[in-house]
Design a protein around this ligand. Sequence first.
Ligand code: ADE
Ligand code: ZN
Length: 326
Amino acid sequence: MTIPKLELHLHLEGAAPPAFIRGLAQEKDVNLSGVFNEDGSYRFDNFTQFLRTYEAATTVLTGPEEFKRLTTAVLEQSAAQGVIYTEAFISPNFCGGGDLGAWKEYLAAIKEAADAAAKSDGIILRGIVTCIRHEGPDAAKPDALCAAETVGDFVTGFGMGGDESTGVQGDFAYAFDMAREAGLRLTTHAGEWGGAASVWQAVRDLRVERIGHGVQSIDDPALVDHLAEHEITLEVCPGSNVALGVYPSWRDHPIERLRAAGVKVTVSTDDPPFFHTTLTREYDRLADTFGWEDDHIREVNQNAARAAFCDDATRERLLKRLEPAA
Ligand code: ADE
Ligand code: ZN
């Protein structure tokens, strides 16, 4: 039996298949030159270019209907990989530019697609409202307000992505405090590019309970102990890290060392079509590189269920599905 998969770190726009974005560009007569390679894949050579290509691709996602179609395409893709639960980063920047009224319309469209996918494929989606680090702390405030005003069964988390080289985590404390007070669960990208110090900042200054990536924690044994002791879960995306050059190869990736040190690690794809990956491929590579077997795969998916930003009844149902067959 294949083990059901849970994914905690997936950017909704970043999961858009290139053919989907190309199709919308044709429909809307938008020129996306520079976004694609000759073979149709997304074009970038480094993280800065990746962010530029990513943002250029989102320009064809012009309204709620486009996000509804995107959500349907992404959930179909995930369900085909055996994913039963996924959390997606959704940014008000791309969904109405931070305007609360527009955000609610985008959200309703995304939810409509998610409800349909739950019915047809049994896949559950939850939304993590996301501010963008390189847009700065002032831009994060309307994002947090959008999150606070729509927290509920679907919007359950608040997070931050973007370029970690701009500012420090603590610059965004106001937005994270607002989200926490509204009852949202918190995560932030740290320790992807920013070193172990950025993970300490995320834990201390933003008081997050999960870390996006967090892999550079491996360089600080005291931090590794802290993460393990406080069960701060890492949303690890090995294929993304290797594709973007955080680590030169799968062999060099620290996921197995973190796991062996007692850190709660989970496995996600980040922006799968950009990195030519799927969740199945990630587990295949983990098996090939580190000898992961079914027990390891079950363990990290159980970690994901325990750290998921969902209600306890959903969590129990997910954990039940992860139990080995008797
Ligand atoms: N947005 C989409 N993918 C990202 C990544 N890997 N790091 C930071 N921000 C992102
Ligand atoms: Zn990410």
